[in-house]
Design a protein around this ligand. Sequence first.
Ligand SMILES: [Ca+2]
Length: 306
Amino acid sequence: MNIAIAILVAMVAQAHGKVISDTWVGAVCVEDGDGGSSYRGDVAVTKSGRDCQRWDSKSLNGISYPDKYPNDGLNDNYCRNPDGEPGPWCFYAEGSSLSWGRCDVPICNEAASPAPSSEQPPERLWSYWSDFSDWSQCSADCAGGTRTRTRTCLETEYECYGESQETEVCNPKCRNVAYLGTATQDSTASGAVASRAIDGDSNGAYWRGSITQTQSKGANAWWKIEFPMDIYMNIIIVYGRTDCCQERLKNAKVYIDEDLVFWLSKTTNFWKEEVNKVGRSIKIQNRPGNGELSIAEVEVFGARAS
Ligand SMILES: [Ca+2]
């Protein structure tokens, strides 16, 4: 390389990039059409005038962008384009939310670029969100009930970053608490002990070994679960046999402590009842004329009432 060419190369490099000790570290302007992925200039404000957040800020949705894009110059709070956007951009704070927007960085050889036509659509900017609405009513207090809240994008001609709706489980502590209790029954046939109804297996086939059975029949037959503490009971689910004998439980009564709360009122193998009571025991009492009492599982969705 002769001296004239070397001087020319150095002039071009210094015109469009940063040169430190013969090492090119990035452009200070965006070449037409390259999206600014090599831009390493110091613009740190969005087109809408918002100050950029630092890339290593812990508020960026919990993501470490410098770790995710280690070779893309994510220093300080400078506008960058590590992910193929149309141009350099940055995050900025919008109240308690996080938004992002494009930056107005210099275009290399701007004089050679054609002037934008007035007929071209405006370049897209990112809008920002309203505050979230109040949470909706829960679909159920327990048993996986959820609630949602929404927010709206304030400038409808632009998009917002993120989701317009959030969903959460209403009461994460509310779950099947039957295992906290101790199960008994008036009598036991063929080793089909009372604890089988709170073993976590609702399979209704007797041969699977997870179903209770009393020796007694009719009004003499009962099954009970007692808790060592007060329990808030939201929903009680009773599973019966699926292989036969569903009529044996028809119209059996379900008590919380001494109060009758519902009946197993149909010939079926699944009953679900919302009860919303605090108590220490659940008793299933069979009806006169019915056969042995067999229960596949009892689930109690609730929580400790402390
Ligand atoms: Ca069971």
